[in-house]
Ligand binder design. Structure first.
Ligand code: UTP
Length: 297
């Protein structure tokens, strides 16, 4: 039997420069999609996949993420005295079990690979998941749950992938597929970070969800700085691919890259349209804006 996936890493130490000045004092992960911070969607996805312990790799100015997952005594006391039962239940629901989260600091933003390596002692020698919190995945079944189900069948390392238009592959990490496992899953033969236009081995983008074996930490320990002076996760995954199987999963769902403005705004619209009451107010407003785009000026 494969060792279960109990722990997940959420690297939240990035600078979020694409959202400045909004992210000067507020972490990118705390920007809201409708009424929940981005990081909440990702934590919910991990919990729906049966993850028992979440390790946040944080940096300076990120304390508010820790506060978000803690009890808010004053607020809860006030809600209690005003009999705001629904609001209290909502806060109760999002709070993780005591002891089920860890926070460690990356100190310097030296890249995603370095952020993951910072969690090595908390994860220990067991397979684990990584969820990049700037990507949220809208799906019927938690994307990570779909990956865990595949992992339970085949073990090894699993990477979530999604199709992108052929003329956009140069913007993403792309996988080259090997043998097919089933309709959605295949072995991975290679991975290429941002392939030059016209050279991509497929149109399957690596989407920010991984299940990895602990040997990745040994490889990250040995790895020097790569592209852009950062320690890249892909470089160590490529090394691990030499000795261990990797499979890709074309998950059921759609990702929103909330690290980009267009992705963030479209996630807001997609989740708002999911709420029938909000949608009935929003749709006429959107229609009007599309008909008269300059009316707001
Ligand atoms: P990004 O490069 O997209 O995030 O990293 P960023 O640096 O915050 O954003 P921009 O480009 O400046 O706007 C992807 C994920 O990896 C984390 C980020 O927090 C994000 O979740 N990350 C990145 C770290 O935790 N540490 C790093 O050194 C780099």
């Amino acid at each position: 039997m494969n060792k279960p996936i109990r722990k997940a890493i959420l690297p939240v130490a990035g600078l979020g420069t694409r959202f400045l000045p909004a992210t000067k004092a507020v972490p990118k992960e705390m920007l809201t999609i409708v009424d929940r911070p981005i990081v909440q969607y990702v934590v919910d996805e991990a919990r729906a996949a049966g993850i028992e312990h979440i390790v946040f790799v944080t940096g300076r100015n990120k304390q508010v993420i820790e506060d978000h997952f803690d009890r808010a005594y004053e607020l809860e006391d006030t809600l209690q005295s005003r009999s705001k039962k629904e609001a209290l239940e909502l806060l109760e629901k999002i709070r993780p079990t005591p002891g089920a989260t860890s926070f460690t600091r990356q100190q310097d933003p030296l890249g995603l690979g370095h952020a993951i390596w910072c969690a090595r002692d908390i994860i220990g020698r067991e397979p684990f998941a990584i969820l990049l919190p700037d990507v949220i995945i809208k799906s019927h079944t938690s994307c990570l749950k779909q990956m865990v189900d595949l992992y339970d069948r085949i073990g090894g390392n699993i990477i979530a992938v999604e199709e992108v238009p052929d003329d956009q592959t140069q913007n993403y990490g792309i996988v080259a597929l090997g043998d097919k496992i089933d309709d959605r899953a295949s072995q991975i033969a290679n991975m290429v970070e941002k392939p030059a236009r016209g050279t991509a081995p497929s149109n399957l983008q690596i989407t920010g969800r991984y299940i990895l074996q602990p040997e990745i930490f040994d490889l990250l320990s040995e790895q020097g700085q790569g592209a852009g002076g950062e320690i890249q996760l892909t470089d160590s995954m490529l090394k691990l691919l030499e000795t261990q199987p990797f499979a890709s999963l074309k998950y059921e769902g759609k990702s929103y890259d909330c690290g980009s403005k267009a992705g963030f705004l479209s996630a807001n619209i997609a989740y708002a349209l999911d709420d029938s009451k909000l949608a009935s107010e929003l749709i006429p407003l959107l229609n009007d804006m599309l008909k008269h785009p300059l009316a707001a000026e």
